[in-house]
Design a protein around this ligand. Structure first.
Ligand code: TEU
Ligand code: CA
Length: 573
């Protein structure tokens, strides 16, 4: 599977050789450990819980698990604030549990990719505990410290991603430290070679343990301009982005990381790269750029906001298609992308891009899966997406557990900018907690997630939507995902085929083709809740149907699609 080549037809009919790689052909499954499976009844998911569900994942057919952080952490941002990179969070288990998990996954042919959170640490990490003690401490320069401006204001006006200033005043030395996320997540100073050495050594330690790769948290933000000028507060990827997103040395540091660590192992690397453009993707994840394997970009899940990121409106289909199509064509043959509808920071896919009303939930979840898995890139399934899990019916702000949602409600609403009536539909539509409710395993108490009280409430729809019921139903969303995953193994065209969009102006249908030598796929997805007519292009008359969510007849020339219908035709001439 590794390092072969595949011939790819291009528009001009010429042939081009593309690198075949296992991580392009893989399907990734993201686990948010806190919410996946609790083994000991304390209401918090844990490593033994994951181990107990590996057979489920094997049956689903995924190749790789991306494990959201499991390291020692005080949990201010659910593990994205790490106090020891070489130890396990108390609630999740021990390093021995991790070793068991890794071995058990490998036995089943499943790889494990670790979350690498090195833009910042926890303020409880020993480096920071030292750093804040005095300005001549040997760890002082591990972080970014600055004097305030005259009159005791922060060094500049940058806002933290979770609200408020990005600077926290520290009395001990009368200086401020930078935190682009919460004040318990101080940013590391990557310009300090000692910091880079520590990070690379830590990564090597995990690689030597046998892990299979890294998902790198906000890796596009590790380098900051020395001058740190003012920007627009709270517009993280906008106005002051040039000073801390894709900063001056980010590529230098990633190339160094590649040389020192990544190039020595057959691992997969994905950079969470907020703010990345199709041009910049070539630098981060170009075929020969010597940095990372692929980017994880957000254009299709951002830009729909009314109030910052918050909104209660769905993105128009033409806008969505334009973004996705641009990523398809502009990266083709140059760089590699990740494919996702949701993750632990996003609302549930079916509620956001599909239709979670009972009549349409299953069919639209299958349609979204078809649409995504037939695109070029490495597909990511976020836990529960394979069941068509939905957003949570929040009743009150007390339901939130996520620092971002809690702070946003306070800033936008309680501090007076917007009324509860206006803001509530927006925050409940977009809250990260939608994705963080427990995995729905069965119709027993607490969805089979825990025998105790879960740390965040279970979605009340677990009696209808759960893994046990779906595994037993061949027509379920779960089995549809199984089928898509299996198809990817049989059809390299799903991985390597060239993309072309049809009907770009349609607000109802997302239609595209993929082409690889003599083979072509036609992918037709209805994003609407009414019937639509579609004329099958002549080349596909009589083509075979690879998969469909309505089991329709696609042999005619003009067909009437039912709501959210999706199908894929295949020709090989
Ligand atoms: O998220 C980084 C990121 O870009 C977020 O700002 C994301 O856009 C936001 O959560 C959407 O509301 C990563 C992690 O995935 C996230 O869980 C962490 O909170 C964050 O970094 C800090 O480590
Ligand atoms: Ca537990």
């Amino acid at each position: 599977m590794f390092c072969h080549t595949v011939k790819v037809g291009t528009a001009a009919g010429m042939e081009e050789i593309m690198n075949r790689k296992w991580w392009k052909e893989a399907v990734i499954y993201q686990i948010y450990p806190r919410s996946f499976m609790d083994s000991n009844g304390d209401g918090i998911g844990d490593l033994q819980g994951i181990i107990s569900r590996l057979d489920y994942l094997k049956y689903l057919g995924i190749d790789v698990i991306w494990l959201s952080p499991i390291y020692k952490s005080p949990g201010d941002d659910n593990g994205y604030d790490i106090s020891d990179y070489q130890d396990i969070m108390d609630e999740f288990g021990t390093m021995a549990d991790f070793d068991t998990l890794l071995a058990a996954a490998h036995e089943r042919g499943i790889k494990i990719v670790m979350d690498l959170v090195v833009n910042h640490t926890s303020d409880e990490h020993r480096w920071f505990v030292e750093s804040r003690k005095s300005s001549d401490n040997e760890y002082r320069d591990y972080y970014i410290w600055k004097k305030g401006k005259d009159g005791g204001t922060p060094p500049n006006n940058w806002g933290s991603c979770f609200g408020g200033s990005a600077w926290q005043y520290d009395e001990a030395t009368d200086m401020y430290y930078l935190h682009l996320f919460s004040r318990k997540q101080p940013d590391l100073n990557w310009d300090n070679p000692k910091v880079r050495r520590e990070v690379f050594d830590m990564m090597t330690w995990w690689c030597d343990k046998g892990i299979d790769g890294f998902r790198m948290d906000v890796i596009s933000m590790i380098s900051k301009t020395k001058e740190m000028p003012d920007g627009k507060v709270h517009d993280l990827y906008g106005d002051y982005a040039p000073y801390c997103v894709h900063g001056p040395n980010v590529h230098k540091y990633l190339q160094e990381m590649n040389k020192e660590v990544l190039s020595r192992y057959d691992i997969m690397t994905v950079g969470e790269t907020p703010g990345v453009t199709t041009q910049l993707a070539g630098q981060y994840a170009g075929e020969d750029a010597g940095e990372l394997n692929m980017v994880f970009q957000f254009e299709h899940v951002e830009g729909d906001g009314k109030y910052g990121k918050w909104t209660d409106e769905k993105i128009p289909l033409t806008t969505l298609k334009k973004i996705l199509s641009r990523w398809q064509t502009e990266l083709y043959g140059k760089a590699w992308n990740s494919l996702f509808w949701d993750n632990h920071d996003q609302p549930r896919a079916v509620s956001r891009f599909g239709d979670d009303r009972p009549a349409y939930r299953e069919v639209s979840a299958k349609m979204l899966a078809t649409c995504l898995h037939m695109l070029q890139g490495t597909p990511y399934i976020y836990q529960g997406e394979e069941l068509g899990m939905t957003n949570y019916p929040f009743q009150s702000p007390d339901d939130f557990r996520d620092i971002e949602s809690i702070n946003a409600y306070r800033e936008w609403c309680l501090d007076g900018q917007l009324s509860h009536e206006v803001f509530w539909p927006c925050i409940t539509f977009k809250s990260r907690d939608n994705a963080r409710t427990p995995m729905q395993w069965s119709d027993s108490e607490q969805a089979g997630f825990t025998t105790g009280t879960p740390w965040i409430a279970v979605n009340p729809n677990y009696r209808e939507i759960n893994a046990k019921a779906q595994a037993a139903d061949p027509e379920s969303v779960f089995h549809y995902y199984r089928k898509l995953i299996a198809l990817r193994r049989e059809h390299p065209i799903m991985v390597y085929g060239r993309y072309e969009e049809l009907l770009a102006d349609s607000e109802e249908l997302f239609v595209y083709t993929r082409t690889l030598e003599s083979e072509t796929l036609l992918v037709v997805c209805s994003f609407c809740d009414h019937e639509t007519v579609f004329a099958i292009p002549q080349e596909f008359a009589g083509a075979s149907c690879l998969i469909s969510n309505r089991n329709g007849d696609y042999t005619g020339t003009k067909i009437t699609l039912k709501p959210y219908e999706a199908f894929v035709l295949h020709t090989n001439v």
